[in-house]
Design a protein around this ligand. Sequence first.
Ligand SMILES: [Zn+2]
Length: 90
Amino acid sequence: MQRCKQCESPIAKSDVACINCGELVNPVAKKNLRQHFGKIVTGLFILSAALTVVALFTNYVGSFVTCLATTIVLLMVKKSADEMSSSSQQ
Ligand SMILES: [Zn+2]
């Protein structure tokens, strides 16, 4: 049985935070979520970049400018997500 670091209350394995005081049981899970988010953003960025290239040659995907704007926004989100995950490791 796992116990809360703050108040020593018993915690179930499925609990993310302590029922008694709200202390997070496993901060590592938050970090994994952040890394997972980074992977999703990277995937979306690659997809968006590919669509931008496709949009250059065809009109099926939509406006090239829209795709380019989406790619730039995703690049900025990816950059801030990378900074977040690297700062949390320090
Ligand atoms: Zn507690």
